[in-house]
Design a binder for this molecule. Structure first.
Ligand code: NAD
Length: 342
């Protein structure tokens, strides 16, 4: 029988972390999963329901609370850590950057310190793994004619969000170089799937469309993002943990670049088919162009060939089918809410 490990996941009540917890439990049912989350506005504990008490514990804590994080680690003694927790919305970081410094920089720092302390006294510093979940946005923006980002691309963040994530990546790197912590960093492109907060692009499109409200598109909608299904990201993190080399960074993406307007039109077309509007001929009529976001990155594109060759990872879900699952999920959610409203 397999030995049970204690896995600590931060930010497990958010979008990607909640999917990761379910995937991990399915892969390794003997492990005990600790979910540390401060329960911010993007969190929902319903997304991590249905796990048995023997294999899952929720711990309410803010990573910015140094004492509490330190005490939690000493008490629960995790064998490995997956660090998802972060303030994650670029627009929010433009309005109020302070929370991003607190959670993404100080939070990561306190976690690293607590971990270094624990794994040093346990004499496990060189075996326990710390997987840090980061983003393509730390590389800044690409022109159309530039090749996708590789792990050696310069770190040139443009928003308070991406700058705070870049700072956390640097701290993680330093803890590997300086203290020998077994860190692994993933930098992933835009994720889509169920459980995302309504403020993000795809949920916004669906929510606005079915409520017959304007669908806001920044600038001319020409910005390009590389979209990856959230379960492909979770599978990559699993492989990085099992096969990745400590101290390394792995870029993750689907080579699936869409301009925002093109993606919005695609989703509207899907909605026209699945749930034709009684009032409109086409949901695309709702698209409205708004002032561009300050410092808006034009294009992100990831070269994931290192993950492909070292980890044998590639996205497995078909974009079309994963998007259909995603749209169906949000439709069910928002229609359920409408019934509660009325
Ligand atoms: P999310 O906002 O849905 O979830 C983040 C979770 O972290 C929330 O539940 C929040 O309460 C928690 N959290 C934030 N600050 C915390 C703190 N100080 N202490 C404890 N918990 C805290 O975000 P997400 O989209 O699931 O992103 C998860 C991670 O993946 C982030 O690190 C993000 O930078 C990274 N990432 C996201 C994407 C994407 O497209 N969503 C792409 C690449 C990387």
């Amino acid at each position: 029988t397999k030995q049970s490990r204690t896995i600590l996941v931060t930010g497990g009540a958010g979008f990607i972390g909640s999917h990761f917890i379910h995937r991990w439990h399915a892969h390794y049912p003997h492990d005990h999963i600790l979910n540390v989350d401060k329960l911010g506005y993007a969190s929902n504990l319903d997304y991590v329901k249905g796990l048995s008490p023997g294999s899952y514990t929720f711990l309410h804590a803010d990573l910015a609370d140094k004492e509490k994080i330190h005490n939690l680690l000493v008490r629960y003694e995790p064998d490995h850590i997956f660090h998802f927790a972060a303030e994650s919305h670029v627009d929010q970081s433009i309005k109020s950057p302070e929370a991003f410094v607190s959670s993404n920089i100080n939070g990561t720092f306190h976690l690293l310190e607590a971990v270094r302390h624990l794994w040093t006294i346990q004499n496990r510093l060189h075996e326990a793994r710390f997987v840090h979940i980061s983003t393509d946005e730390v590389y800044g923006s690409l022109r159309l004619d530039e090749p996708a980002f590789i792990e050696e691309s310069l770190i040139k963040p443009n928003s308070p969000y991406s700058a705070s994530k870049a700072a956390s990546d640097h701290l993680v790197r330093a803890y590997h170089k300086t203290y020998g912590l077994q860190t692994l960093t993933t930098r992933c492109s835009n994720n889509f799937g169920p459980h995302q907060h309504q403020e993000k692009l795809i949920p916004t499109i669906i929510h606005r469309a079915i409520h017959h409200q304007p669908i806001p598109i920044y600038g001319e909608g020409k910005q390009i993002r590389d979209w990856l299904y959230v379960l492909d990201h979770c599978e990559a993190i699993n492989l990085v943990f099992n096969k990745g080399r400590a101290g390394e960074v792995y870029n993750l993406g689907a080579s699936n670049e869409w301009a925002n307007l093109q993606l919005t039109s695609y989703i509207c077309d899907q909605l026209n088919e699945i749930k034709p509007s009684k009032k409109l001929k086409d949901y695309k009529e709702l698209i409205t162009f708004t002032d561009d976001r300050a410092g808006h990155d034009f294009r992100y594109g990831m070269d994931a060939s290192k993950a492909a060759s070292e980890l044998n990872w590639k996205p497995r879900y078909s974009f079309k089918e994963a998007m259909k699952t995603t749209i169906d999920w949000y439709l069910a959610k928002y229609e359920g809410e409408r019934e509660i409203d009325s």
